[in-house]
Design a binder for this molecule. Structure first.
Ligand code: IMP
Length: 430
């Protein structure tokens, strides 16, 4: 199979980094298709630690083409500093190895300011954003007042685009008690960063089409998780992009038929950063144990993640909306040593049993999870590389997860080390 999409199937932080790295080694092209530098992937290769936020995971590997697609929102100053950090670590990044879609909207400093000012406002319920300006940048994209990568090439166009954005932002800022935008300073900053971005600008849709025709393997690297999807997530406590697999097509300009396998990344329990509903959240010793054993702190913001039992209802839902062909189940070893484990198999709402999370917020709040209990295992599963290495109860747990989410396990990851995995189905196999 030539092209694989990787998506997070929960609220992000499912351990995509390791899986994407493993797949990117065998891909020719690695493309980001949504989100921005709100994402955080840590890669460990030959003992070197690389922290990526905006760049596709392929950049750290020689001979790969990394692509930032139009579905991403890009902070140009952040990107330049991320590139410089990686260069200082010995990574080579050139226009031959990195391409940015010309129609990618930019995140400007005013987007971050607006994001943070809104989150600080006491009158509205906080979303718990990363504060990186993601939401306001997407608002400007659909509001048709974004500054896009291609606009950096011509000063008259750039000024016109900035003026269109500022007509909106200055009005908003007055309402929030912020100073009007310093137009001259913003333009100067954009002019200064422009050449550092434009050298990578390319018609990505065309390049990807050519690569596809030539039989090259393309890996579409999703960020965040499907429960943070702007349409199918726990709205409004979501990110501002489509996260589900269909976005790989619209976020890069390749047809939907070009996707051969969708791999959903699923953690053996559930975590969430930021605000919003979380039916299986644990506020007890079990929850704290999951957080400690799983090192559940955000890569981007350092925030402590909320932890809870595995929610099969939500994962069944995300596997359906993304058309997941197989899952990579991660962090099973975090469950080692629990005497008993619980899996959410449905919800109860006013005496009725539900097999999906309702869309209405008030109904979500009133839903209580229905649990199935399973015996745990005392042995360690860390580092297991074959089914024979796993205790019987761990295998039972995995099989029950597959059944409940209606999707097979393609890969079982048993530690952060790349080799510690059990491969069932290779997404790139012919
Ligand atoms: P935003 O994407 O910064 O607007 O944040 C919106 C919501 O998405 C918040 O709950 C964030 O915590 C969450 N979020 C954004 N990016 C990530 C991620 O990479 N992992 C997990 N949660 C994320």
């Amino acid at each position: 199979m030539a092209n694989v999409v990787v998506v997070g199937a929960q609220w992000g932080d499912e351990g995509k980094g390791k899986i994407v790295d493993w797949l990117s080694e065998r891909a020719d092209v690695i493309a980001r298709f949504q989100g921005g530098h709100n994402a955080g992937h840590t890669l460990v290769i030959d003992g070197q630690v690389y922290k990526l936020h905006a760049l596709p995971s392929g950049v750290v590997r020689a001979g790969k083409l990394s692509v930032i697609g139009n579905g991403v929102v890009l902070d140009p100053w952040h990107l330049v500093s991320e590139i410089e950090t990686l260069r200082a670590q010995g990574v080579t990044i050139t226009p031959d190895t990195l391409m940015i879609a010309e129609n990618t909207p930019l995140i400007l400093p005013i987007h971050g300011e607006l994001d943070r000012a809104r989150e600080a406002a006491v009158s509205v319920a906080k979303i718990g954003t990363t504060g990186r300006g993601i939401g306001p940048a997407y608002e400007d994209k659909v509001g048709r007042r974004a500054v896009r990568v291609a606009d950096l090439a011509d000063d008259a166009t750039l000024q016109a685009r900035v003026d269109r954005a500022l007509a909106h932002h200055d009005a908003l800022r007055r309402g929030l008690g912020l100073e009007p935008v310093d137009r001259a300073a913003l333009l100067d900053a954009l002019r200064a960063v422009a050449p550092k971005i434009l050298e990578y600008a390319a018609p990505v849709w065309k390049v990807l089409g050519e690569k596809r025709k030539a039989g090259r393997r393309i890996l579409f690297e999703g960020a965040q998780g499907a429960l943070l999807d702007i349409d199918f997530g726990t709205y409004p406590f979501v990110t501002s992009s489509n996260v589900i697999a269909g976005q790989a097509a619209t976020g890069t300009g390749i047809g939907p038929g070009s996707v051969d396998f969708v791999l959903g990344i699923v953690k053996a329990y559930t975590t969430r950063v930021g605000e919003g509903p979380f039916p299986t959240e644990l506020d007890d010793a079990d929850g704290r144990r999951l957080g400690e054993r799983g090192h559940e702190f955000g890569t981007t913001t350092g925030r402590q993640r909320r932890c809870g039992w595995f929610d099969a209802v939500l994962v069944r839902q995300t596997c359906a909306t993304s058309g997941v062909n197989g899952i990579a189940l991660t962090k099973l070893d975090v469950l080692d040593g629990f005497e008993r484990l619980r899996i959410c198999t449905g919800y109860e709402l006013e005496g009725k049993r539900l097999d999906h999370l309702p869309t209405a917020a008030d109904e979500q709040a009133r839903c209580t999870p229905v649990y199935e209990e399973m015996p745990g295992w005392a042995e360690s599963t860390e580092g297991a590389r074959s089914w024979a290495d796993l205790p019987a109860n761990a295998i039972k747990y995995v099989r029950r997860v597959e059944e409940l989410i209606d999707c097979p396990v393609a890969l079982l990851s048993t530690s952060p080390e790349r080799e510690d995995a059990i491969l069932v189905t290779d997404p790139f196999a012919d």
